[in-house]
Design a protein around this ligand. Structure first.
Ligand SMILES: [Zn+2]
Ligand SMILES: [Zn+2]
Length: 165
């Protein structure tokens, strides 16, 4: 189904099957379930809804991230539920690597957040979760690179030779 068609349909709450209420944003659409308070965030609306924008954090701040951000540990609904737009069962995945929030995702249409989950992901983003992940990726990449280099040097019989001219 085309995204534009999906925007026009209200759809049903994947959890309690009642009709969702649609709110149009400057970009994309958010649909709300008044019964369970869940939120359907359409792909186009995700950045705005999660308040993702350019932010600067110091490396010191990011190194403290795991102490500052308390990952959530809520009882989880482990059912697979249908996308409100296309009816296909959605994937369950953790938002980011360390938010602890498990959301339901339709890769074509959007993300379902249970009550409170959107606020928790916003907190993750606000405290630097995305930048923290980037820093970790960089550092892991670097340590893998130096590990490889070490292996390679060992294979070649020890330390690199120094050439002098
Ligand atoms: Zn609901
Ligand atoms: Zn879908």
């Amino acid at each position: 189904m085309l995204l534009t068609e999906c925007l026009k349909r209200t759809g049903q709450c994947p959890k309690c099957r009642t009709a969702l209420t649609a709110h149009e944003l400057e970009r994309g659409i958010i649909k709300h379930c008044t019964i369970c308070n869940g939120l359907w965030v359409n792909i186009l609306a995700e950045k705005i809804a999660l308040e993702i924008g350019p932010m600067a954090f110091s490396v010191d701040h990011l190194r403290r991230f795991r102490f500052v951000y308390k990952s959530c540990d809520w009882p989880r609904d482990t059912r697979y539920v249908p996308c409100p737009d296309c009816g296909q069962l959605m994937n369950r995945k953790i938002w980011g690597s360390h938010s602890g929030v498990i959301v339901d995702v339709c890769h074509h249409h959007g993300t379902w957040f249970d009550d409170g989950e959107l606020e928790k992901v916003r907190e993750y983003v606000r405290l630097g979760g995305i930048e923290y992940e980037k820093l970790q990726m960089m550092e892991n990449g670097f340590s893998q690179f130096s590990l490889k280099l070490e292996h390679e040097l060992r294979r070649l019989g020890g330390r690199p030779r120094r050439y002098s001219c």
